[in-house]
Write a protein that binds this ligand. Structure first.
Ligand SMILES: [Zn+2]
Length: 421
């Protein structure tokens, strides 16, 4: 009885050592856990940044005629019966010596001996792969920005993985174009800021949202502001809100790809009135996924209708968009997509702006900011409760240009949120 028991212990030790080796190799590839998940930067990273052990385990699992999405756990617990000999014989290295010791002294029952050798082979193969990659693979830059800016990590959204629907990522140079979403320059676009400098900001990488506030003094609000947008809308105070009096009509519009979103600059004459104040619609644009959340739920997209009052104060109406039926009115925007960034293309047909609004006009409201640099505050937000719909194809069109252009949710910081009944 005692001999098999001690073999068991040796096996256990070998298994632990093996897993430690795999874990070490895995960490060496840059999979550092406990850091905030870096946002996916490019397709290159999506493709090349996942050199994990799944393929090998999947191969094993396949041999066992079992396919599972998360192969790690089941395969480790119950390795396949046939060892991956061809793969294992590719390379032997240092780790092998220690492992062989444990394995050789474990004659135990043949079944568990086979399992152990499979595990060793797998570990050898993994270690060899990692070493090969370290010496040959191009470096994928993954930088945590948590040290730069102390924000509550819980406020960061779950990692959004673009490219799932075959989306083509935004070209990196898109970040060089200024004048984004809600901006103060609705009627045009410039590739430089007012001082003649190129403005770099983006939704990922070194110029991503957590760095916006440090890119330029004018962007400080992005970092220091206390009433930033977007937010996760929850725990609003249920009240009867004044209805928004829309005065929307069919209107001409010009579409521009400003490097941060697709925007439609709308001809004058459309507005809404709230509490005696008239806000004129200037432009509307899109984000994917939705920037705002409602009780934590993010929609597939959102359209922001940006209005200005006579004093220049901004009010944005957000209409969330879920995947569903095609949206004929918004298709007109896609139809007028310009061939070149920064160039306006006029639509040949007017768009009835009422068709962007949901049938039911209940809304949440709170005070926030622009969701793009310079993140100016004092923006009145109204988020419509009823979402609109766009077809998968329509969302896919936007995703080809902008797979991810949503600022992470910001702290609500005890702000008043009204929940219109
Ligand atoms: Zn926006």
């Amino acid at each position: 009885m005692s001999a098999p028991l001690s073999h068991r212990w040796i096996e256990c030790f070998a298994l632990t050592l093996g897993l430690a080796l795999v874990a070490g190799a895995y960490a060496a590839e840059g999979h550092v856990h406990g850091e905030p998940a870096p946002r996916v930067e490019t397709a290159t990273m999506t493709d090349a940044g996942e050199p994990d052990i799944r393929p090998n385990l999947k191969a094993l699992a396949k041999k066992n005629e079992r396919r599972e999405e998360h192969a790690e756990a089941p395969a480790a617990k119950e390795p396949a019966k046939e060892p991956a000999k061809e793969a294992a014989s590719k390379e032997k290295d240092k780790g092998k010596g220690a492992m062989a010791k444990g394995g050789a002294s474990a004659p135990g029952d043949p079944k568990s001996a086979v399992s152990m050798s499979e595990l060793r082979d797998l570990i050898d193969q993994k270690v060899a792969e990692v070493r090969a990659k370290q010496s040959a693979a191009p470096v994928v830059k993954i930088q945590s920005r948590s040290a730069k800016l102390r924000r509550d990590p819980s406020l960061q959204p779950a990692m959004y993985a673009p490219g799932k629907e075959g989306a083509i990522p935004t070209p990196a140079d898109a970040a060089k174009v200024s004048s984004g979403g809600h901006g103060g320059k609705p009627a045009g676009v410039s590739l430089v800021d007012p001082h003649g400098h190129e403005v770099h900001w983006a939704y990922s990488g070194d110029t991503g949202p957590e760095s916006w506030g440090m890119l330029k003094p004018e962007f400080q609000q992005c970092m220091l502001g206390k009433r930033q947008s977007p937010i996760d809308i929850r725990d609003g105070i249920p009240v009867q809100l004044d209805p928004i009096q829309f005065d929307y009509h069919p209107a001409g519009f010009r579409v521009i790809d400003n490097g941060h979103t697709i925007q439609a600059n709308v001809d004058p004459g459309n507005s809404f009135t709230l509490q005696g104040k008239r806000y004129e619609l200037v432009q509307f644009h899109f984000h994917r996924p939705s920037e705002e959340r409602i009780n934590g739920k993010q929609s597939d997209m959102v359209v922001h209708l940006v209005h200005k009052d006579a004093e220049g104060k901004l009010a944005v109406i957000a209409v969330l968009i879920d995947q569903g039926n095609a949206h004929p009115a918004l298709q007109l925007v896609w139809n007028a997509l310009p061939l070149e960034k920064g160039m306006e293309q006029a639509s040949s047909v007017p768009l009835d702006l009422n068709l962007i609004l949901p049938e039911h006009k209940q809304y949440f409201t709170y005070m926030g900011s622009l969701t793009t640099p310079p993140c100016s505050e004092g923006v009145l937000w109204m988020v419509m409760k009823q979402p609109a719909q766009m077809s998968r194809e329509q969302i896919g069109i936007f995703a080809r240009m902008y797979p991810m252009n949503a600022r992470p949710v910001q702290s609500a910081q005890g702000r008043m949120i009204k929940d219109g009944q």
